[in-house]
Ligand binder design. Structure first.
Ligand SMILES: [Zn+2]
Length: 310
């Protein structure tokens, strides 16, 4: 059977959900466990029920809509994402993952397709982490990575706890956590430029980049820009700039997936006529493999030692 989703219906649902918390420039501000989040949740739950899904909510507020399969003993195939946003978020980020799952269910319904395993659509609580840390709180509690009680006790800047806010908006449920999942799919807009660059409309994520962060301090010696001859200087910024170049070179030796970024720097005393005595900067390395990250770290240590020696 050649099943195709109804693109217009999916688009309409995305636009309808995006009205809840819409911002003047076309974005969405629907921060987790606020009244707007409740409105968004109510909207999604109504759609789930209209599609015949059996809705359950767990104690961290994750919402699941279940479509029965022929074999109820099988763990469900789950598709989902999140509907909370950053303070200046967009229309598609997590909403697309949830509504894409719903559109699949609607399409199966249209064609009266029965599946072997049950299908569930999930909306995870507080993926963004902008109001409550940690990020990915709902899925983390579900998977047993974060203890439930710890998550419920997190507070926002006004001292309101996640547990109280869940109760207030009516989404502190009692469905069991950590239930078996047969397979999980999450459709997501790409947040980088690669698909556009390669003129592809869709790609499959095969992994995420692990990261290592370093704080580097280069110590030289403050000196007057005029009276201090070049050979007698210990210019911390000159040394730092060479290390920045190395960070870039190291990432290129780990092509195509290695990344190396210096995005933060403080120069002291930061005066136009003083040779800098101290520079602090960050290094962000990313790589899909632990061994790659380790290799990048070792190359950085070597590069720093060499610059220091010179
Ligand atoms: Zn997202």
């Amino acid at each position: 059977m050649d099943l195709r989703i109804d693109a217009d219906r999916l688009w309409q649902s995305l636009m309808d959900l995006a009205r809840i918390g819409a911002t003047p420039l076309g974005g969405v501000r629907r921060i987790t466990l606020t009244d707007l989040d409740r409105e968004g949740r109510d909207c999604v739950v109504d759609w789930f029920r209209a599609a015949g899904l059996e809705v359950r909510v767990d104690p961290i507020g994750n919402i699941f809509g279940r479509r029965a399969g022929r074999d109820p003993s099988r763990p469900p195939v789950v598709a989902g994402s999140h509907i909370d946003t950053q303070p200046s978020g967009g229309k598609f980020d997590g909403a697309y993952g949830v509504l894409a799952g719903l559109e699949v269910v609607r399409t199966l319904n249209d064609h009266a397709v029965e599946t072997e395993a049950p299908i569930e659509v999930a909306a995870w609580t507080n993926e963004e982490g902008s109001r409550y840390t940690p990020v990915m709180m709902g899925s983390g509690v579900f998977a047993g990575v974060f203890p439930l009680q710890h998550a419920l006790e997190r507070t926002d800047v006004d001292g309101k706890s996640a547990g109280d806010e869940l109760e207030r908006i009516g989404y502190a449920g009692s469905a069991p956590l950590a239930t078996p999942v047969g397979a999980y799919f999450e459709a997501h807009i790409e947040q980088g430029p690669i698909l556009e660059e390669t003129r592809n409309t869709i790609g499959i994520v095969t992994g995420a980049l692990g990261q290592r962060w370093f704080d580097v301090t280069v110590t030289g010696m403050n000196a007057h820009a005029g009276p201090t001859p070049m050979p007698l200087r210990k210019d911390a910024l000159l040394a730092a700039s060479r290390i920045v170049g190395e960070v870039n070179r190291i990432a290129l030796t780990e092509a195509p997936h290695g990344r190396g970024t210096v995005g933060f720097m403080q120069v002291a005393p930061n005066s136009r006529n003083v040779v800098p005595g101290e520079v602090k900067f960050s290094v962000d390395f990313r790589h899909p493999a632990d061994a790659g990250l380790q290799a990048m770290k070792e190359k950085l240590s070597k590069a720093c030692a060499q610059v220091e020696g010179e």
